[in-house]
Design a protein around this ligand. Structure first.
Ligand code: PBE
Length: 299
């Protein structure tokens, strides 16, 4: 008897939670009410290893939001964008970790929040990082990687194809065919190598890096290399270059987003500079949250 009563409370609580989950619909964004309680003081984030997650933790404390009970929810890019999709369809409030280039900014009416303390940095570039010794071992690949540079608009074209369901390698091949002038700038004067030397590129499977890594890999294949690409978390990706287990990566968002790994592995890689300029990282909300324009407005 005693034991049964023990069970009663948890069972009732579970029922209440389940039932309320079924019947409550999150209400539309209410500009006149404080934002925090409307979204459980939660920022919807992505994978734990991403630089934007570390920057967001810093931002929450820099803007006094941690003290005000705000928290960052870990998920994945796919889960975050689907939560965003749902929120927007119902005009509900949401705060996400956002970055550009990414199709989320063309697909959804969202805006970056101002970051007056510049916790996320002002603007980011994406750098190409190669292992030490590559210049001597594979000068053609090194030169190609050094020259690889494109615009956010060009990268977005590949991202869009992949987002529409195309195989990333196929998307890269099509993009290369459609953009001979850009590609020729990278390959000009380079002679095809013989003997099919192998190259390994590592990357994190973010949409932007899926696009860039596949394009670079395809161009290197065209130059005679046998290229493998391997997706992994951010830390092992930097380690793979530092230990010469891989040859290159084109996924280094700098100076802020990848700062930790850039300094942890300093001296164990060669930074070939930006392959894309004008990237941006921060918090974002739907445009209909008209009165929320700065991270300071979250309080
Ligand atoms: N991102 C996209 C990554 C870099 C590329 C902004 C999600 C991050 O480390 O946060």
């Amino acid at each position: 008897m005693r034991q049964k009563r023990h069970l009663l409370l948890p069972v009732i609580l579970t029922l209440i939670i389940l039932l309320s989950g079924c019947s409550t619909k999150v209400p539309k964004y209410q500009a006149k009410k404080a934002l925090g309680p409307q979204i459980n003081y939660t920022v919807t984030g992505i994978d734990a290893g991403a630089g934007i997650m570390a920057s967001t933790q810093k931002a929450l404390s820099a803007y006094g939001l941690t003290k005000a009970n705000w928290q960052l929810q870990t998920s994945s890019t796919a889960a975050m964008t689907s939560t965003l999709d749902k929120a927007i369809r119902h005009q509900q409030p949401i705060v996400i970790t956002g970055w550009q280039p990414h199709w989320m900014f063309s697909k959804y009416p969202i805006k970056f929040l101002k970051d007056p303390k510049h916790v996320y940095g002002k603007s980011e570039s994406i750098h190409t990082i190669v292992r030490q010794g590559l210049k001597n071992d594979q000068p053609v690949a090194y030169t190609l990687l050094d020259r690889f540079y494109w615009t956010p608009a060009e990268m977005s074209q590949v991202m869009l194809k992949v987002n529409n369901g195309q195989d990333p390698r196929k998307a890269a091949q099509e993009w290369i065919k459609a953009n001979p002038k850009t590609v020729q700038k990278w390959t000009k004067g380079l002679k095809k190598v013989s003997g099919k030397p192998t190259l390994k590129l590592t990357y994190v499977a973010w949409d932007s890096e899926i696009a860039s890594t596949n394009v670079v890999a395809e161009v290197l294949r065209g130059l005679g290399y046998q290229v493998t690409i391997q997706a992994m978390e951010m830390q092992p990706m930097w380690a793979s270059i530092a230990t010469n287990a891989a040859d290159a990566q084109v996924s280094a968002w700098l100076p802020t987003t990848s700062a930790k790994f850039y300094s942890d592995y300093q001296g164990q890689f060669v930074d070939l500079g930006a392959n894309l300029k004008g990237a941006r990282v921060g918090l974002a909300v739907p445009n209909y949250m008209k009165n929320i324009n700065s991270i300071e407005d979250l309080k």
